[in-house]
Design a protein around this ligand. Structure first.
Ligand code: UGA
Length: 436
């Protein structure tokens, strides 16, 4: 089928190449012409494993083509996916101006039936607004449908998540729209859940907020473990063996980040409050998540006593491994706090250093993890990249001025730390200290 995608960011571009991989012909639209120049050459403007290869393949096969004109999207595809940004404004309200502009352009250029599908993460009732906007601006008596098809891909494993999803959710209320969506997803080996449009919109926000809640629960348990002497990994392992609870997304750390969880949790609370339903439980997720990082900072401050003029190494800047995305990254918040306290920072990340340099040009950007550690008064781990988990801790000890580690992701080998006589503070665990 011919499919148009408006907005060639993480969701749009990945959906586009994955639809092409399943045999569809795809037109990807974006208003950023510099980005389009790169994409036409098969270059991806952000880090996502597997995407450059797939993009190059489908640019070469011409199954993915590009345009800067939304009008072309209306002409090209029988299905038009809206994948533009919906940035947060105050207290979680989403800025819908990009979505509205797409809806108007679709209306003004509609000549035949089109299925308009919202894939951007949007507040409940957005499809109703899109439908109303198209009806208002449409010229003549032309049929169209509006559907919701939320995206569940994770950055860093986006291709795998998109090609082999757990489920595809389609919110649609016309038989024609449903049959087109079933055709689009015909090549995907997973359940297709058909719901009302409103339910599909809510499934997205509710899923992300639930996962954020589960992580926050693990983080709060970690705090309880710290004051009670229990070990959070043992606790969540014991709990997770109950199938009703499970182990996924139950790992304690320094808090969740990224472009989705923080925004979607706030948006769910905002939507609910706007509809007259208070959402204290949802608001608490976000507040508890913020305090998780602050608690980690206090641990560092309390152990190092004076931060001014101390040199600290930081491993990991991205909000999680396998991405160069810094949006709401806990490491960035920590860097701000440490800089304010006068610490000098030597930082490393396998892919996120160029993006960090744009925000913090004044840090020392290390050539490799060991270079970051050299001469530092402590090492702080913020992202659990595999190379940090596998690092030679004897070399780390030799490089550090003080053999002290703060592990914000519980990813460093504690047994080895103990053998080497180093000190380590993790999350929700007793510290490892050299034997007296
Ligand atoms: C998230 C969802 O997982 C996707 O299903 C969804 O499609 C996406 O948002 C979106 O709405 O577009 P993503 O933000 O890419 O995906 O990243 P996740 O892998 O979900 O991680 C989010 C944060 O939670 C990271 O900071 C990660 O370190 C943290 N996390 C995750 C934990 O602290 N503990 C865990 O056990 C798991």
């Amino acid at each position: 089928m011919k499919i148009s995608i408006v907005g060639s960011g993480h969701v749009g571009l990945i959906s586009g190449v994955c639809f092409a991989e399943k045999g569809h012909d795809v037109l990807c639209v974006d208003h950023d012409t510099d980005k389009l120049t790169k994409l036409r050459k098969g270059e991806v403007p952000f880090y996502e494993p597997g995407l450059p290869e797939l993009l190059k393949k489908h640019v070469a096969s011409k199954k993915v083509i590009f345009s800067e004109r939304t009008e072309d999207a209306v002409e090209f595809g029988q299905a038009i996916f809206i994948c533009v940004g919906t940035p947060s404004t105050e207290r979680g309200k989403a800025d819908m101006s990009y979505v509205e502009r797409v809806a108007r352009t679709v209306a003004e250029n509609l000549k035949d039936y089109r299925l308009v599908i919202e894939k951007s993460t949007v507040p409940i009732k957005t499809s109703e607004r899109i439908r109303r906007t198209i009806s208002r601006y449409i010229k003549g008596d032309i049929q169209f449908d509006v559907a919701s098809n939320p995206e569940f891909l994770r950055e860093g494993s986006a291709i795998e998540d998109t090609l082999k999803p757990d489920r595809v959710v389609v919110g649609v209320d016309s038989a024609k729209g449903e049959s087109l969506l079933r055709e689009i997803y015909g090549g995907f080996d997973c359940p297709i859940v058909v719901t009302s449009v409103g339910s599909a919109e809510l499934i997205k926000h509710a899923s992300n907020s639930f996962l954020a809640l589960k992580i926050t629960y693990a983080n709060w348990l970690a705090r309880l473990c710290e004051v009670s002497g229990a070990d959070v990994d043992e606790v969540v392992h014991g709990m997770g063996l109950d199938h009703r609870i499970g182990h996924h997304f139950f790992g304690a750390g320094i808090g969740y980040g990224g472009s989705c969880f923080p925004k979607d949790v706030d948006a769910l609370a905002h939507i609910s409050e706007e509809l007259g339903l208070e959402a204290p439980m949802i608001r608490l997720i976000s507040d508890t998540n913020k305090s998780q990082l602050e608690n980690f900072y206090k641990k560092i401050e309390s152990e190092l006593w004076v931060l001014n003029d101390k040199t600290l190494a930081i491993w990991g800047l991205a909000f999680k491994p396998n991405t160069d995305d810094l949006r709401e990254a806990p490491a960035l918040r920590l860097i701000n706090l440490l800089k304010q306290a006068g610490a000098k920072l030597r930082v490393h990340d396998p892919v996120a250093m160029p993006n960090t340099r744009k925000v913090h040009p004044d840090l020392y950007y290390a050539n490799d993890p060991m270079d970051a550690v050299n001469g530092a008064d402590a090492l702080i781990v913020c992202t659990e990249w595999p190379q940090y988990k596998e690092a030679d801790l004897a070399k780390v000890k030799a490089g550090l001025r003080v053999p002290l580690i703060f592990d914000g992701r519980n990813c460093i080998d504690r047994k080895r730390v103990a053998e080497l006589g180093m000190t380590l503070f993790g999350i929700g665990k007793e510290p490892v200290r050299p034997e007296a």
